[in-house]
Design a protein around this ligand. Structure first.
Ligand code: SF4
Length: 326
């Protein structure tokens, strides 16, 4: 069947000629938005730094990688290739020599073809980008994932991100100049946002020619600031129908060559409070609903890319200076 979304799994199979899986690892990193450097308490939705529940940062990196590879080979076959995915907290936040030791360890394993490093856009000095770029020069593929979440600065303040949009633009341009592949992480349905915000966020990702995107619905985890708003009745996550519509519209705006690393979110009850479609069991249902929605409209990822500029599509707008005031 024709692929209407450029999923990472398809991109990677074409690029490497074999099935490629990500092996997530969780290390004892922290985050400048938690330890007081930029902020305290973290983003209002942050739950254990987005660490997958089956991972324990007290387990050594080698053990996590070896277990992950063993499990993946049993499930997906011996020829499977791997990216080591530094997922939880801020994986570039530390001494560069310590980071080098960790990244070097990850790349020692046979069948590992690259790194995928999740971080914040205000946490990537050039020396770290240079280090990551050195692995690319050795033939590995290196992705860096920047959490943006929203292109609306007011939202970023509301959710306590402790960085702005400008940091994301700066980090993306620098990382691309170092030859890294940039994936931008977005969230749909943040408090106070509407469709226009979601589409603007997608347009920013498209404008930056990001190599990859993650799109997922906001979900509420217990013991977070967002949980408090939810329990007080001051915040309601998107329905599945609304999420599917907005995520589809965002996909239409981004380039067809941008690699889609994620289209939903998964967590486990009882830590997950809402919405009930953000579970491992319903992951495929959400993705299929987005594909079905696009197909039903005869649409696809990139159908509206490049999105029209004012010069391409005259609109009923006048420059303020041409208006007459009483
Ligand atoms: S940047 Fe990530 S790890 Fe840091 S507080 Fe926000 S969600 Fe948590």
């Amino acid at each position: 069947m024709d692929q209407i979304i450029n999923f990472f799994r398809n991109y990677a199979r074409e690029r490497f000629g074999r099935r490629v899986k990500k092996i997530p690892v969780a290390l004892p990193f922290t985050c400048p938005n938690i330890d007081g450097t930029k902020g305290r308490g973290g983003c209002i939705y942050c739950y254990k730094g987005s660490r997958p529940e089956h991972l324990d940062p007290r387990t050594s990196l080698r053990e996590q990688i070896e277990q992950g590879i063993k499990h993946a080979k049993e499930r997906y076959g011996k020829k499977t290739l791997f990216f080591i995915y530094f997922q939880s907290y801020t994986n570039t936040y530390g001494d560069v020599w310590k980071l080098k030791e960790l990244y070097d360890t990850a790349l020692e394993y046979e069948d590992v073809v690259g790194l995928d490093v999740g971080t914040r856009p205000d946490c990537v000095p050039n020396e770290v980008l240079s280090l990551l770029s050195s692995y690319k020069e050795r033939g590995y593929e290196v992705w860096i994932e920047f959490g943006l979440q929203s292109a609306n600065f007011e939202t970023l303040k509301r959710i306590n991100r402790a960085h702005g949009v400008s940091e994301l633009v700066d980090a993306t341009l620098r990382a691309k100049a170092f030859g890294l592949k940039v994936c931008i992480h977005t969230i749909v349905g943040l408090p106070g946002e509407d469709r226009e915000d979601f589409l603007e966020t997608a347009k920013l990702v498209a404008s930056l020619r990001a190599d990859g995107i993650k799109i997922h619905p906001i979900y509420v985890m217990k013991n977070t600031g967002l949980a408090k708003l939810y329990e007080e009745g001051r915040f309601k996550p998107l329905s599945l129908e609304d999420y599917v519509r907005y995520a589809s519209e965002m996909l239409e705006l981004i380039s067809p060559t941008t690699v889609v690393h994620r289209l939903t979110a998964e967590a486990k009850k009882p830590a997950l409070l809402a919405p009930d479609y953000c579970t491992y069991e319903r992951k495929l249902e959400v993705i299929k609903a987005i594909e079905d929605y696009l197909r039903s409209r005869g649409s696809r990822q990139g159908a509206k890319f490049p999105f029209p500029s004012l010069s391409q599509e005259p609109q009923e707008r006048k420059c303020v200076s041409s208006l007459s005031f009483p």
